[in-house]
Write a protein that binds this ligand. Structure first.
Ligand code: NAD
Length: 487
């Protein structure tokens, strides 16, 4: 199978996906391919009426199919068929994703897409295993906590891992018996539309997944403020999460799960395996060119090993080879947009003008698309925006510490608490430091998720509310009713 493709010849599904079909719509938001900066069309914007049409489609489907009330194993089996089809159609999905996003096509089939299929199967298995609970009461009563689906769940996803993020939202919501109205990012809508098409081909009721395209201001607000959407599941920036909370407060009250931004530290103690740490740290910042919520963007190193570790990381970072996302040999992603490329560069420039020493990179690449050089900056000013702001690019800052206490002080971010990594061979220290790090995920001697989908992901502080993945994500898609029966 060759995955490389000609981006000018790939047919794109442009439109909203409502009920059982693509609703053609005119492109409004200009789209540019990150890999070569070429303009290639526009993303439509669904207004309130269109979002309402999607919500009514979802409601009607729930009523006619009784998706929330069928024998739960039927949901499991239908979702498993969808996961199978996602795997067998991985090549098409990968191309649709690679064209508009920053994900190299060669990493998608066995990476993002295979993992998404696996996660859908993981959530499908909860449908007939997680039920209502009987609770202890005295003999004259029977008490239970009855679990029920919400009905229509509204989901909004970012551009950085489009298929994966859609899977994280759709898997648990559908398994728990809900229908979904999902808005992908206006920059990367195509693979998500194809997921919805595949769901119908797999035999899921048409209208269970409805995809509306558009921006946050119009379409996003219409979703979060819709009175018949019972729950919101959002992944994106902390700023957008905050705007969503405000819109929900303005338009009513509803539960929400918010997976937001991060600025994750990687702590390296002098006793660590430095070769392994250098490899993991460079991957932790260069994967998707640092455009990952959990990117390990702040390197915090014990003084005595700072120089050799920096040298080993620079050597690793120099090895990456950039190529367009539609070239299957590409290992290094472009930045999503010109605006974001310029933002990354201005933060790097401000760090350098504040006395930071650029040990590698520090500029856009000399390439047709929006590629930025892998960058390592030794930072002197702890208040530099390079240390405080989520850069969302391949930029790693380096700070040093004298002892464990100082390491923890530097690691603690005032706003974010999504993930943190630490490298040490001292087990006691690993546990002690893990206990004190303020983040929703801690990785010890590694810096990436495994395929253990039971581990939930989510943030401390302003990195979010609630969890994706794990049992928690399934439970968050059900509401509970307390029932007491007098005997
Ligand atoms: P973004 O917040 O700009 O947009 C995310 C999505 O929200 C898009 O679909 C966008 O159209 C929509 N949106 C924006 N404003 C909105 C509003 N007011 N109301 C409703 N919808 C709105 O984020 P992005 O640039 O697409 O993605 C990058 C961000 O996502 C980073 O901050 C990253 O850390 C975060 N992220 C977090 C996780 C996680 O699991 N915590 C995972 C991936 C990405």
């Amino acid at each position: 199978m060759t995955l490389s493709f000609d981006p000018d010849k790939l047919p794109l599904p442009v439109g909203h996906f409502i009920g059982d079909r693509l609703v053609a719509a005119e492109g409004v938001i200009d789209m540019h391919r990150p890999s070569d900066a070429k303009a290639y069309g526009g993303c439509p914007v669904a207004d309130e009426n269109l979002v309402d049409r999607a919500v009514q489609s979802a409601k009607q489907t729930l009523k006619v199919s009784n998706w929330g009330g069928v024998r739960p194993r039927e949901r499991t089996v239908a979702l498993q068929r969808w996961a199978d089809l996602i795997e067998s159609e991985a090549e098409t999905l990968a191309k649709l994703e690679a064209l508009s996003s920053t994900r190299p096509v060669g990493q998608l089939v066995s990476g993002d897409i295979a993992v998404t299929a696996e996660q859908i199967r993981f959530f499908a298995e909860f449908a007939d295993k997680e039920g209502s609970d009987l609770v202890p009461t005295d003999d004259s009563n029977l008490g239970m906590i009855m679990a029920e689906p919400y009905g229509v769940v509204g989901a909004i996803t970012p551009w950085n891992f489009p298929v994966s993020m859609a899977g994280w939202k759709l898997g648990p919501a559908l398994a728990a018996g809900n229908a979904v109205v999902l808005k992908p990012s206006e920059m990367t809508p195509f693979s998500t539309i194809y997921l919805a098409e595949l769901a119908i081909r797999a035999g899921l009721p048409a209208g269970l997944i409805n995809i509306v395209l558009g921006d946050g201001q119009v379409t996003g607000n219409a979703i979060t403020g819709h009175p018949e959407i019972a729950k919101i599941s959002f992944t994106g920036s902390t700023a957008a999460g905050s705007a969503i909370m405000a819109n929900i407060a303005r338009t009513g009250v509803k539960p929400m799960t918010l997976e937001l931004g991060g600025k994750s530290p990687q702590l390296v103690f002098a006793d660590a395996d430095l070769d392994k740490a250098a490899l993991v740290i460079s991957q932790g910042i260069l994967s998707n060119a640092g455009q990952a919520c959990v990117a390990g963007s702040r390197l915090i190193v014990e003084e005595s090993i700072a120089a050799p570790l920096a040298e080993a990381i620079v050597a690793r970072m120099k090895m990456v080879k950039a190529a367009p996302t539609w070239d299957e040999t590409s290992q290094y992603s472009p930045i999503i947009s010109k605006r974001q490329l310029d933002r990354i560069h201005s933060i790097v420039e401000s760090a350098v003008s504040a006395g930071g020493e650029c040990l590698l990179g520090g500029a856009p690449m000399d390439a047709p698309g929006y590629f930025y050089q892998p960058t390592l900056i030794a930072v002197r000013d702890a208040f530099s925006p390079a240390v405080s702001e989520e850069i969302f690019g391949p930029v790693l800052t380096l700070q040093t510490f004298a002892d464990e206490e100082e390491a923890l002080t530097l690691a603690d971010h005032p706003t974010y608490g999504l993930a943190a990594g630490l490298f040490t061979r001292d087990l006691s220290r690993a546990i002690r430091v893990t206990r004190r790090l303020q983040a929703g995920t801690i990785w010890v001697n590694r810096f990436s998720r495994s395929r253990d989908h039971i581990l939930p992901t989510g943030g401390y502080k302003q990195s979010g509310i609630g969890k994706d993945l794990g049992r928690e994500a399934y439970l968050a898609n059900r509401k509970s009713k307390s029932v007491l029966i007098s005997l």
